[in-house]
Write a protein that binds this ligand. Structure first.
Ligand code: GLU
Length: 314
């Protein structure tokens, strides 16, 4: 089957009812960068009279730190960023991801792969392609069968085997980012057949986030710009799984003194929420980063009052 995907997506209209979300990975407490994503997505939801859900993206269990989900919740509450409904945990939703993968199997859109990182690097080197360090390697298609087929029902459980999406030959994705404007990516040349289920048995972020956003009827995704390059992959998965594509808005990243994105891996310091004054200072820094203007800067203001003013300014 050839799926020609070259589309400008039909996006959901605001009349569908706004549902936003914040989806931290509990690999470390919130830092200045994650607070920008939390605040930006919260303000966008509240300004639009929408809902704001909290999802713990704790799929990559080896990287998650026990108790950090609680810490993140406490930080959000201290900031007055209350969420709607129950918190979802990706670690409890394997069945949903498994069903999505089974559907893609039925559509002959996945195949098993036993390549190691090293063998992919070697295959690329043989073609004269040297990948810069820390950059994702464009999968050269080593394990992709000439003819795709439906794998046996136990296919997901095959030990030490990853499962990759088989991209159609023409897979150019276009979308409009609400902050950054028109975006496009050719998945074959920029990414290659990407992994949906890892050889260590874990479902990948790309699959899980798409299933969850669809299953939770998320209409607006507001998140850091570091995730912009994942969006085309996610839209492709939405297309083939028959899901609608939400609106996307990517927010400016907070960089450290070396120009690197703040991240839990580089041990960015957690935001200070021990008292209302420190919390307000963190919120004000985040708002400045989001270029919100005209916010009250006096001492005698509660967090709730400040958030209300920020919602108007958004
Ligand atoms: N869990 C991802 C992160 O913490 C965010 C995923 C998303 O917003 O799509 O970077």
């Amino acid at each position: 089957m050839i799926l020609a995907v070259s589309l400008s997506k039909n996006l959901l209209s605001p009349a569908d009812g706004y549902r936003g979300r914040f989806a931290p990975s509990p690999t470390g407490p919130l830092h200045a960068g994650s607070l920008v994503a939390a605040l930006g997505s919260w303000l966008d939801a509240r300004k639009n009279g929408g809902q704001w859900l909290l999802r713990m993206e704790d799929l990559d269990t080896p990287r998650c730190i026990p108790g950090v989900d609680q810490l993140i919740q406490a930080q959000l509450l201290a900031c007055g960023l209350y969420w709607d409904g129950e918190i979802t945990y990706q670690s409890q939703r394997h069945d949903l991801y498994q069903r999505a993968l089974e559907r893609l199997n039925t559509l002959k859109l996945v195949y098993p792969c036993n390549c190691s990182r090293q063998s992919i690097a070697n295959a690329l080197a043989q073609r004269g392609i040297k990948n810069p360090r820390h950059q994702e390697m464009i999968y050269p298609g080593t394990c992709r069968p000439a003819e795709l087929s439906v794998n046996s029902p136990e296919f997901i459980e095959t030990p030490n085997t990853a499962w990759r999406i088989a991209l159609p030959p023409n897979c150019h994705i276009e979308f409009t980012d609400l902050s950054l404007g028109q975006q496009s990516q050719d998945l074959n040349t920029d990414v290659g057949d990407f992994v949906l289920h890892r050889s260590d048995g874990l479902f990948t972020y790309q699959l899980a986030v798409v299933v969850d956003d669809a299953e939770q009827n998320i209409t607006h995704i507001v998140r850091g710009e570091d995730l912009l390059s994942n969006t085309a992959r996610q839209i492709h998965l939405q297309n083939i799984l028959g899901y609608s594509t939400p609106h996307y808005r990517h927010l400016p990243l907070v960089l450290d003194e070396y120009g690197e994105k703040l991240s839990k891996q580089t041990l960015a310091t957690q935001i200070h929420t021990q008292d209302e004054k420190s919390t307000l200072t963190e919120l004000r820094k985040a708002a400045k980063h989001l270029r919100l203007r005209g916010l009250p800067d006096g001492e005698n203001i509660t967090i709730a009052e400040w958030l209300l003013a920020a919602t108007h300014a958004w």
